[in-house]
Each structure stands twice: as C-alpha cells, then as structure tokens.
Design a protein around this ligand. Structure first.
Ligand code: S3P
Length: 446
C-alpha cells in the first residue's frame, strides 16, 4: 500500500460537535455473536473501519450472511453455536488483534479448520496467549515461530469445558476463551485478576447465554454454561470512547477550544482516560448521562485547559485506558510536571510497541521521555511549549498515527507522520472530522 505522509500544523481554536464512529470492540462482538445466534441480528452504528470490515468478511467465510444496508446499518443471519462452516479461503484479519483472537475462540470448539493471517503488524503479535487456553478445550494450532500468524487452528471435535485464569490483563484472551466455551458442554470458568473491558460478558447475557460474574479473592470469576441457543438481537453500537479520546484531548490542548463529543460509551472498564484527564485538571464534563443498549453513555464536553498537571496514573487503572496511553502522553507533554504511567507492559505488544513508538516521536519533537519494561514517564513542558517540527513514524498503528497528529495541533512547529494509512482501521473519518473542528491537517505528496 502506498504510504500517506501527513502533517498536522498548529491551529486556532477547535470548536463544534465531533460525532465519532461506533465502538470498535462492540462492533467486532456484534458481528461475531450475531453469527453465532440463530436468526437475524440487526446492528446500527457499526464502525465501518477496516478492522471491523475484516471481521465481517470472516463471518461470511464461516457461513453467516452479513449484509451492509448502508449508513452503519448491518444485519447478520447467524448459523447458531457450533454451526460455523469451514472457510475455503485463508482468513485475513488485517491489522486486528481483536478480530483474529475472538474469531479463533469462536471457531475453536467446532470440528473445522481455518488458517488466519494479517498484516505485518498482526503477524508479529503473540498468539500463544490465545492458543494456550484453546488447547485446553482440545483445539490444535500450528503457527510460525513464537506462536505467530499465519496460523492454522484445528477446532476440537469433542471439546471439554475449561477452567482458566488469564495470566495477563487481556479482554481479547478472556473473550476468546468465553467464545470457545459457548460450544463446549458444561461450564467454562474464566478468571481475570484485573477487570478488563466486559463487552463480551454483557453481550453474551444480552444474547441469552447463561453467564454469571462474581468477585472472589482470585479476581472476577466468569462462569458460562455451554451450548446455549443464542437469540438474535437489535444492537445500537455506542460511539467509541477510544476514538473520542482524540478530539477530547485536542480540545484540551488547543487555546480557545470548546468541543462537544456526543453519545460516548462510558462503560467503567473503558473510561479510565477521562478520569485521568479530570485528575490532571482538564475541563472535561459529562452531559446528558444515560443508558443505551445496556451501556452507560454521555455527551463529553472538552474545553481548553491550560492548567493541567502531570500525575501518577494508577497502575490499577491501566486496563480501562490501555488504548489511550499514546494520546495521554501527548497531553502529558503539554501539562506541567511529570506524568508517570506504570503497569503498562501490555503496551509493548499492541499494534506496535506503543511505548517505544511514542517515546521516539515525542523525543524527536523535543519532549523528555523515560521508559522501562512496564513503565514510562513524560516530562510536561507546559501548554504550547512542545517544539514539534519532526516527522514521526506510525509503525502500522492507528493510535500512534492519530496521537502524533494531535501533538502537531498544539506544538510550536508542525508535526509530520510517515504514513497515515493505519488511521482507517479504527477512525476512517478522523481527517474530515478534525478538519471540521478547525484542525490543520494535510496530506503531503511524496
Ligand atoms: C480489545 C482489547 C484490548 C484493546 C484492543 C481491543 C477488545 O486488547 O487493546 O484495542 O476489544 O477486546 P487486549 O485484550 O490485548 O488488552
């Protein structure tokens, strides 16, 4: 694919309404659970980013009928738990760790095989974290060295239920095990020591599965009874807090800004960034708080906040804001004092090593960043004092690309990016939406 070099120049106040797209995590799960239900699931507000479109293609390959009705409205005619057909093509999940890991789980306890691949980023990411627990069901897998894609999964013909403690805070691993447990007889138990996003649990309950969640000394204990008949649902996908993070943070950093970001999902397992920003002194309010489709939702209002201070972000909050550390580091660079982010080892195995990617670009733009295996710290330079003026590298990572574009909006000199292509995986309207608020983004010719 041809690179799209981009530049974000310092801009005047950002104002207006930022309608960000649907939640990526919920969009993937809507398609996958829709495919495992019997009958027609209708979805509105689906994120039509590349990651989710790859999952839609995959569900078709496993036999579900997935129809795009336009404008974010989709329907899925599911084949039922255990009803997946064997795909006759390699399943390409593109850039999406969520897509591949959840789909592996969903097919792992059916008597079919499937081969998965992705882009250079996804093919470098660890899959053993999913195939290890899937092996307990009786699933086999053959991949490249280090448990990497491309990989073939041979589903268990006669699966047994499992009892599994997830060793790292990962909603993808938890969800893969739960989805595999759907077609195992008896009860599958998943324990997570730290709570991660709980969309899979909420949605399984919504589709009619028997699922309970209890808090014990070991952590959250999730018990799922296998072989339910999932009932199709009407799902209204809330807007993505991880995408909202970009216009929100931009508004906090650019003098004179006042931006409304309506209808944002504020599930507590996702909203850690907003809590952190408020602790730093951000003028960020929640308006019109309500519940939509079983998820808490509010309109976010963000205004320029010149008095933000660096803080120590509690490690216990990491899972609830894991995708937001890149853009938080941009806010931290414009705050006063040091922001310390610890307990974030998982950032090293995302679409890129997000600590390394952000540290390199921030340093190139004149910001002092220190980092270790599972922590990093950013020394704030005060509002508007980041020099900027460098070209940063996106490393096939949408959130890194967008974070650097936000950095440029509040820096002294423009910030450039080697390649803006990855943005389309999660936030395809990022450029026109930010431009409509007043951002100065341009695509550079090579
Ligand atoms: C996701 C879980 C997180 C997150 C990813 C989406 C999900 O990954 O980073 O963007 O939808 O389950 P991990 O489970 O690897 O932490």
């Amino acid at each position: 694919m041809t690179a799209i070099p981009m530049t974000s120049a310092p801009c005047g106040p950002l104002t207006g309404v930022a309608e960000v797209p649907g939640d990526k995590s919920i969009s993937h799960r809507s398609l996958i659970l829709g495919a495992l239900a019997v009958g027609e699931t209708r979805i509105t507000g689906l994120l039509e980013g590349e990651d989710v479109l790859d999952t839609a293609h995959a569900m078709r390959a496993f036999g579900a009928e997935v129809i795009d009705h336009g404008g974010g409205s989709w329907s899925v005619h599911g084949v039922g738990v255990g009803g997946f057909a064997e795909p006759d093509q390699v399943i390409n999940c593109g850039n999406s760790g969520t897509g591949v890991r959840l789909i592996m789980g969903a097919m792992a306890t059916s008597p079919i095989s499937a081969t998965f691949t992705g882009d250079a980023s996804l093919n470098g990411r660890p899959m053993a974290r999913v195939t290890d627990p899937l092996a307990l069901f009786g699933t086999q897998s053959v991949g490249r060295d280090g448990g990497r894609l491309p990989m073939t999964i041979v589903g268990a013909a006669d699966p047994v239920p499992v009892h599994y403690t997830v060793p790292m805070p990962s909603a993808q691993v938890k969800s893969a095990v739960l989805l595999a447990g759907l077609n195992a007889p008896g009860q599958t138990v998943v324990i997570e020591r730290e709570a991660t996003r709980d969309h899979t649990e909420r949605m399984l309950a919504g589709f009619g599965a028997e699922i309970t969640v209890e808090q014990s000394d070991e952590g959250r204990v999730i018990t799922l009874t296998g072989r339910p008949e999932l009932r199709p649902q009407d799902i209204a996908v809330p807007r993505d807090p991880s995408s909202a993070a970009f216009p929100v943070c931009a508004a906090l950093l650019v003098p004179g800004s006042d931006v409304l970001v309506p209808g944002i999902g504020l599930n507590p397992t996702r909203a850690g960034l907003f809590t952190t920003l408020r602790e730093m002194g951000a003028d960020l309010t929640y308006e019109n708080e309500r519940t939509e489709g079983g998820e808490p939702v509010a309109d976010l209002r963000a205004r320029f906040s010149p008095d933000m201070k660096g803080i120590e972000v509690p490690p216990a909050r990491a899972a609830s804001m894991i995708d937001e550390y890149p853009v938080l580091s941009v806010v931290a660079a414009n705050a006063t004092g040091v922001t310390m982010m610890a307990g974030v080892k998982e950032l090293r195995v995302k679409e890129s090593d997000r600590i390394a990617a952000m540290a390199d670009g921030l340093r190139a733009c004149g910001v002092n960043v220190e980092d270790g295996d599972d922590w990093w710290s950013v020394t704030g330079m005060g509002p508007g004092n980041v020099p900027g003026g460098a070209t940063c590298v996106s490393h096939l990572d949408h959130r890194i690309a967008m974070a650097f574009m936000i950095l440029g909006m509040a820096a002294q000199k423009p910030v450039s990016l080697d390649d803006g292509n990855p943005i389309a995986t999660s936030f395809p309207i990022f450029e026109p939406l930010m431009a409509s608020l007043g951002a100065q983004l341009r695509r550079d010719t090579q």
